[in-house]
Design a protein around this ligand. Structure first.
Ligand code: GUN
Ligand code: ZN
Length: 431
């Protein structure tokens, strides 16, 4: 397929800036009859079909997508593949949920074959939901990451994953040590980081399960490999936050535990941040760190409603996460639905443009992958999806009433789910 140029014609939307930072109309490009031109799996051009077709050879292969919206693939900035099969576990908030359901589930990932089976199912679910890149937790077992990357590589996906570091406050058979966690992470980085489209994230589970020595070693890995990610949890639940202040009495709050180990930076992603102080948002912003907003999880575990307005006020990078298996859906559309409702509960409006920005370009920026994924700038990897206005009778009826793009996006985000993802393309190829 080298040098083959292919084009997709239909309604096209992508973002070029944060709608909260520029005039809304300047944040996106929208082509009612658009053309997305792809060369060698990368975006070559996007624009009005009539303009672009005039300049292209008439031998070009054009496919049409009607009654739908072509947009960049969704980006999930926080998810646990090993928790796929324990989704919807009843009745607990974070710390009891981890004890009762999560830790037992994760023990199974010592077996690489189990990991591969779950990774295959997980990635199929993600792609069916229109998510083409994710920042993914493994388990403490290095085999869990070998399994995940093996399957992601077969599918030619851009994926980021890491082995969990946890050496305290968890079951003995899920503990690593400061030294083994460091050595296993290093070996996985050498084996997988920047192999094809795969990237590694140093992944301390969260402060309570890591000794200060282990967090410091994680910081050392980031110094040795400056372009790997840091992925962890932060300020999700009130009892968790109280526990962190008992465990780390010398720290000035939860974020400071990570900061003291040099874990903040442009490629650091902190999941949740539901209960952040202004000074913590300032520090996240100053270090260009990102927060993953995980509304279905925050509601499911009763953690609280993320303060998006506060994050915007401090100019903190924010992406969206499903946080499966505490989250309750693989669908970024469903995630937007619940995200909107969390902001309603705070008395704020999450606009449809901001929503779809967060699900695409905002996620790419959170992952320091702007220009590579998340929109259709020239040279970006052509991972894109087609949302189907007619997938369900209710969607078709409601979309027919919409007067403009804003209304259509809002309706898609309220009524949409994986049924409304008509096609997913990876590096241009429909899968
Ligand atoms: N904090 C530490 N581990 C986890 C986890 O697996 N899920 C969530 N939601 N929060 C965590
Ligand atoms: Zn999580």
């Amino acid at each position: 397929t080298h040098n083959v140029t292919k084009a997709y014609r239909g309604e096209i939307l992508h973002f070029v800036a944060d709608p909260a930072k520029v005039a809304e109309e300047a944040s996106y490009q929208y082509f009612e009859d658009g053309l997305l031109v792809i060369k060698d799996g990368l975006v070559d051009a996007v624009g009005n079909a009539s303009d672009l077709l005039a300049s292209l050879p008439d031998t070009i292969d054009v496919s049409r997508y009607e009654n739908g919206l072509i947009m960049p693939g969704f980006i999930d900035t926080h998810v646990h593949y090993p928790q796929t099969e324990m989704i919807a576990s009843y009745g607990e908030q974070l710390l009891e949920w981890l004890e009762n359901y999560t830790f037992p589930e994760e023990k199974q990932f010592a077996d690489i074959e189990h990991g591969k089976r779950v990774a295959e199912f997980f990635l199929t679910q993600l792609l069916d939901a229109g998510t083409t890149t994710a920042l993914v937790f493994g388990t403490v077992h290095k085999e869990s990451v070998d399994a995940f990357f093996t399957i992601a590589q077969q599918k030619k996906l851009r994926m980021i994953c890491g082995k969990v570091l946890m050496n305290q406050n968890c079951p003995d058979d899920l503990k690593d040590t400061t030294e083994s966690g460091y050595a296993d992470s290093k070996a996985l980085i050498e084996k997988w980081h920047n192999t094809d489209r795969l990237q590694y994230a140093v992944t301390p589970r969260f402060a309570p399960t890591c000794s200060t020595e282990q967090l410091n070693k994680a910081g050392e890995l980031l110094k040795e490999y400056p372009d790997v990610y840091l992925h962890t949890h932060l300020s999700e639940n009130k009892n968790e936050i109280a526990w962190v202040s008992e465990l780390f009495p010398d720290s000035d709050g939860y974020l400071d535990v990570y900061d003291k180990s040099s874990l903040l930076g442009r490629r650091s992603v902190f999941a949740h941040g539901v209960h952040l102080h202004d000074h913590e948002c300032q520090r996240l912003s100053d270090t260009n760190s990102a927060v993953a907003f995980c509304p279905t999880s925050n509601l499911f575990l009763g953690s609280g409603c993320f303060n998006l307005q506060q994050a915007e006020a401090f100019d903190v990078n924010v992406g969206l996460g499903t946080d499966i298996g505490a989250g309750t859906s693989f669908s970024m559309l469903t995630t937007l639905n619940e995200g909107y409702k969390t902001q309603q509960l705070r008395g704020n409006k999450l606009s449809p443009f901001k929503s779809f920005y967060l699900a695409t370009l905002g996620g790419a920026i959170a992952l320091d992958l702007e220009g590579t994924i998340g929109n259709f700038v020239k040279g970006a990897e052509a991972d894109f999806i087609v949302l189907d206005y007619n997938a369900t009778p209710l969607m078709a009826k409601r979309i027919a009433r919409c007067k403009n793009l804003t209304e259509k996006l809002f309706v898609l985000s309220m009524l949409g789910d994986d049924r409304h993802v008509k096609a997913t393309h990876i590096m241009g190829e429909k899968i």
